[in-house]
Design a protein around this ligand. Structure first.
Ligand code: SF4
Length: 463
């Protein structure tokens, strides 16, 4: 009667401490330029080497420019961060998927696409959206700087075991509704604190019907409801995705791995600490109106009024920042910026969906559209498929890979006071740049907004 999460977690416990916390073995450690420098410095201060450097995968993503990546980075802080990562990797003999490398990209995009992320693993990274990898049936979660140092020095991590939650979504999605809408809908119901203390397994026919890219979008945003991570049991869709990838097991080793991966699922009689059930048919294209990802509505709904709000003060503050009216609709709202990218929605399937929608169309004159592939591999694939030409003909700007306007940490920022319909995962105040107003949405809603110049219901624009 074990859950999938329990099975993977328990298989990685090295020791249980008196406090109840457990020492866990970590199979894979992803690092990037933002959270690794202090950990490397701490390691050096103690005179410790990397314990298992072959378990570390390094890339540059947060601080990289998405234009002219062949030139030196202009922004001083970004250049310093990336240079420090290069130095640290050189010093410790780590291979780095840095700027110019064919495998460079957002850490949560490159792991899966290179076949590094595999079912049954424990995976950590100094980044909260490490939950993305859970789509493959992994226990994957973000860690802080001192924990990065701990994993670098020991390949283990001390952790209290989270409780388990299962969220089941059954039924068939409406046309124009994507996995991004599923997760925004769930967070709007559970709120940003609804998952705190839990590790969430997603189940049900609507989840099973999703591609791996779409499953990654769901697990990616688990963290936005406070959960430690998200996980989906691996199945034939997972095995087919992994097969043939650069670091995936080959031939007999692949067959043996699949035989093991098939055992990775919750038992029929597994008991979860908490359960939620949703119907896929109830979900519409989703939009956020406020300043956290839980402040979301179905596109046909109006922004809540203060009278019905649980926390009217917060709602007022958020709507003030967003310059939106309580009780109003977002449909028809003029938007001057659209960002399609981030570790939530920058994979090849996202770019295909967007290109397919905009083919033969043109963006509205008032909108600036940035499409930022999640990795060099995604960028190359998009070019092979001619998606770059379709996007350029539609007036969409195709950038080079990186985190880009997901966060105001590099050169790609949304100007103060401007609205941006964004496929990223966070709409906090100033997340996309000081004063920027973020409306989270799916790639299809973002593409439709770019073409219309205002927010529209994409369900009425597709066959
Ligand atoms: S794309 Fe955004 S959320 Fe994802 S790793 Fe980069 S900064 Fe973090």
């Amino acid at each position: 009667m074990n859950t999938l999460f329990d099975k993977i977690w328990d298989a990685h416990v090295v020791k249980t401490l008196e406090s109840g916390s457990q020492v866990m073995y970590i199979d894979r450690h992803f690092i990037h330029e933002v959270t690794s420098p202090q950990a490397f410095a701490g390691l050096e201060a103690r005179g410790l080497p990397l314990f298992r450097k072959e378990k570390i995968v390094a890339t540059a993503d947060h601080n990289v420019p998405t234009k002219n990546q062949h030139l030196p980075i202009q922004e001083k802080l970004s250049r310093h961060q990336v240079d420090t990562l290069i130095e640290n990797c050189d010093k410790h003999g780590l291979e780095l998927y840095g700027l110019g490398h064919e495998y460079q990209g957002i850490v949560h995009v490159i792991g899966p696409e290179l076949g590094i992320t595999k079912p049954g693993m424990t995976i950590v990274c100094g980044d909260s959206h490490t939950s993305t990898h859970g789509a493959f049936g992994c226990v994957a979660f973000g860690i802080g700087t001192s924990q990065i140092e701990q994993v670098m020095a020991t390949q283990c991590l001390i952790q209290p075991k989270p409780k388990t939650m299962r969220i089941t979504v059954d039924g068939e999605l409406q046309k124009g509704v994507l996995s991004k809408d599923i997760i925004l809908y769930i967070i709007s119901k559970l709120t940003t604190g609804g998952g705190t203390g839990y590790f969430v397994e997603y189940a049900g026919s609507a989840i099973r019907s999703l591609s791996m890219e779409a499953r990654m979008t769901i697990c990616n945003m688990s963290i936005e409801m406070g959960a430690r991570g998200g996980i989906i049991a691996p199945d034939d869709v997972t095995f087919a995705y992994i097969k043939g990838r650069k670091f995936a097991p080959k031939d007999d080793a692949y067959e043996a791995a699949v035989a093991h991966w098939r055992t990775l699922k919750s038992d029929e009689d597994a008991v979860f600490d908490k359960e939620y059930h949703f119907k896929a048919e109830d979900i519409e294209p989703m939009l956020t109106y406020g300043t956290n990802p839980g402040m979301g509505i179905r596109i046909s709904e109006n922004i809540p009024t203060f009278a019905g709000a649980e926390n009217a003060k917060n709602l007022k503050k958020s709507l003030n920042y967003m310059a939106l009216e309580a009780g109003g609709s977002l449909i028809g709202k003029q938007v001057n910026y659209v960002f399609i990218g981030s570790c939530t929605n920058s994979r090849i399937e996202d770019l295909r969906l967007v290109a397919n929608f905009v083919k033969g169309k043109r963006k509205a004159d008032n909108v600036n559209v940035m499409v930022v592939p999640g990795s060099k591999q995604v960028e190359a694939q998009a070019k092979r498929e001619g998606l770059d030409k379709i996007l350029l003909e539609a007036g969409f700007e195709l950038r080079e890979p990186g985190c880009s306007a997901c966060l105001g940490m590099n050169e790609d920022k949304i100007p103060a006071g401007e609205y941006c319909v964004s496929t990223s995962n966070r709409n906090f105040e100033g997340r996309q740049g000081p004063g920027a107003r973020t409306i989270l949405a799916s790639p299809l809603t973002a593409a439709a907004t770019a073409v219309a110049g205002k927010i529209v219901d994409v369900r009425f624009l597709i066959e």
